[in-house]
Design a binder for this molecule. Structure first.
Ligand code: HEC
Length: 259
């Protein structure tokens, strides 16, 4: 009897210890995802993908066409594998584009929307739908065209640059401080084992947010107390090319499902 009591006491102590070790947010997200799937059979991220699919196939804009004629890098209408090869250089615009900017390019050039009519509330679900077609594929960006090399170098420079009152930059949190915490979340190893580009765009269940990597990068500039770069501008695209290149070969989980 005494031994059983002792064993129980030990077990409950172990339980307390286990609870006090903060859980890896990735594992926690996986569990949440399973739980949601079991209880409701569908994930909020699936609904966003569906919304993007509708937007993609509906004939819209002044020209009344769908986005099926859009070339995301592998030819018009080819979606499988396209998002894991972005950002890349596009000859028709003479620019390196990421998923967000390419959606906007097609909404303006193909569908005839004015740039100011392109809403984030449409670009984000479209990005979810297109990215989902590359789920499970390896990231494969290349640096071939001169414009790609230039963007890569800009991204690298931006990633390691430090500035502001706190003399901080991306690498401060995401390389030097990896695994240290800010609130509940440890800083991701964005260039290393976390291969961050493999799980964005992502749904963040803790605040019911659907974000692309452009939203994520803008928020990090905000964390730094910096002015946020404009959507579709070279800064977020260059940073993505730099980060995606480090993540080459990592298997995509798209759309991401994060805390
Ligand atoms: C003050 C600290 C801080 C700085 C500086 C910072 N970030 Fe972040 N970043 C965060 C936090 C907090 C999160 C959310 C938790 C996490 O995933 O690391 C995050 C998340 C991210 C993620 C998603 C990670 C993943 O795997 O899901 C990326 C990518 C990222 N940041 C890129 C950047 C870039 C690029 C810069 C420079 C412009 C930058 N961050 C600067 C704090 C910072």
């Amino acid at each position: 009897m005494r031994w059983t009591g002792l064993a129980l006491l030990l077990l409950s102590l172990l339980g307390v210890l286990a609870q006090s070790v903060p859980e890896d947010p990735r594992d926690e997200a996986k569990r949440q995802k399973q739980l949601l799937l079991q209880t409701s059979g569908i994930l909020p991220s699936d609904l966003i993908v569906e919304q993007g699919k509708d937007l993609f196939y509906t004939k819209r804009g002044p020209r009344g066409v769908s986005l099926e004629g859009c070339d995301f890098g592998l030819g018009a209408g080819v979606l499988q594998g396209a998002s894991v090869q972005l950002p890349r250089y596009f000859a028709d615009t003479g620019k390196v584009e990421d998923l967000d900017s390419r959606i906007r390019t097609c909404m303006t050039q193909l569908q005839g929307f004015k740039p100011e009519e392109v809403k984030r509330s449409e670009v984000v679900p479209l990005a979810f739908f297109i990215a989902a077609q590359s789920d499970g594929l390896p990231i494969q960006v290349r640096i071939a065209a001169p414009a790609e090399r230039e963007m890569y170098e800009l991204g690298q420079k931006l990633f390691y640059a430090r500035s502001g009152a706190r003399d901080m930059g991306c690498a401060t949190c995401h390389v030097s401080y990896v695994n240290r915490r800010s609130g509940v979340l440890p800083f991701s190893d964005v260039l290393g084992k976390d291969a961050s580009m493999s799980h964005w765009p992502a749904y963040r269940y803790s605040n019911d947010q659907a974000w692309t990597m452009e939203d994520r990068i803008r928020a990090c500039y905000g964390n730094l107390g910096h002015p946020q770069p404009d959507f579709y501008s070279p800064v977020p695209i260059a940073l993505q090319l730099f980060m995606a290149y480090q993540a080459n070969q990592a298997k995509a989980e798209l759309p991401g499902f994060l805390r």
